[in-house]
Design a protein around this ligand. Sequence first.
Ligand code: FAD
Length: 415
Amino acid sequence: MSASRKVLVIGGGISGISAAVEASEAGADILLVEKNPYLGGRVAQMNLYFPKLCPPACGLEINLRRFRTSPKIRYLTEAEVTSITGKPGDYHVSITQKPRLVNEKCTACGACAEACPVERPDEFNCGMAKTKAAYLPFPTAYPMRFVIDSEHCKGTECQKCVEACEYGAIDLAAGEKTIEEDVSAVIVATGWAPFQAETIENLSYSQYENVITNLQMERLAAPDGPTGGKIVTPSSQDPLESVAFVQCAGSRDENYLKHCSGVCCLASLKQARYVREQYPEAQIYIFYIDLRAPGRLEDFLADSEEDEKLELIKGKVAKIYISASESKLVVEAEDVLGGRRVQKQVDLVVLATGMVPNVPETIDQLRQDDDGFLVAEEGPSAFVAAGCVRRPVDVAECVRDATAAALKAIQWHRG
Ligand SMILES: Cc1cc2nc3c(=O)[nH]c(=O)nc-3n(C[C@H](O)[C@H](O)[C@H](O)COP(=O)(O)OP(=O)(O)OC[C@H]3O[C@@H](n4cnc5c(N)ncnc54)[C@H](O)[C@@H]3O)c2cc1C
């Protein structure tokens, strides 16, 4: 592969996958580097997508199919870029790849996980479940191959997974690899992380198990999630009579995140539909500052407003505490339009926490705005940002952004 026609894509979420596909179909060779053991990023954790409410496999799968079948795309999982040197059109990249400890012979039969004696927190399910140290990240993961978490695995002294694997797919002694590559341009598509809800003192996330984040709600509702898709209280697995969504949890707030994450209003309206689907009689409250449903997404808001048991309350939540009977959570807020203070008793509170950009710390060339999102370098640059690391947006916008990034990146091809 000639360096002059190779593009490095960092991040294998919907933005990185889309950028890789678009640039490769325009003739570029691609190396995609993803730090997780699977591709798909945060979209893989969603239950359904707004506005169409289809499962993430839909949109993701279309681009993943193009990705999988392209002879021009190579990818590394559990890998991170450690340095980039050089100049636009001619960079040298160093990458470190953690050992997966499971090779291509894996058939995903699951015998290793059955035999594995150690458990680890399941970060794909936002800590609401556990997996074995030998695990498949989720049932439709790509690549469809088990991985062994070396931080929790007992190593060569245990060997139970090695003995259980009849395909010889496990190598517990495999070590870290360093990979060196020459590329002409770099697309940074490292996405977002959820804002740390425990830092927002008045919203009691660390205090009550039944106060969860919007990402946890996606996992609770997902058929492959910790409850098999049943939305129940995490504390006692009880069905719900009432739910409150707290918008701008930490967002648009000088003390935490100044920016609006753009998608949280639609995400909560979507999650209210998840609740309605399972509980036709449940009372739902959404506490908001402004409800932002731009462009064609306004129809989604209008349809939600038809729900008679969905109350939209304009007002910032002051505090969340436990009721005197200790059976419910109480959400207290100023109802700005009603001109009064309200207390609503609910079984579950969902905090609509915003997006924090994931900016790789090892790459010196990146410039950030005041909120941490990537901005273009001044003058011609072969570093192009795409998706939520550039600004908080929905999937459709990420895909458009990725196409634009691919177009910019391939301009640096020589010859
Ligand atoms: C609660 C919630 C619900 C949502 N629901 C919807 C919805 O219904 N419809 C919709 O359109 N949008 C929705 N969104 C928005 C959607 O999640 C984003 O638009 C999408 O995830 C952005 O994709 P991305 O590829 O830019 O980033 P990500 O999905 O974050 O992917 C980035 C990838 O980069 C990898 N990475 C990070 N750092 C590095 C590194 N240093 N090196 C290598 N790899 C790295 C990550 O592991 C990840 O795989 C929702 C958002 C939230 C918060």
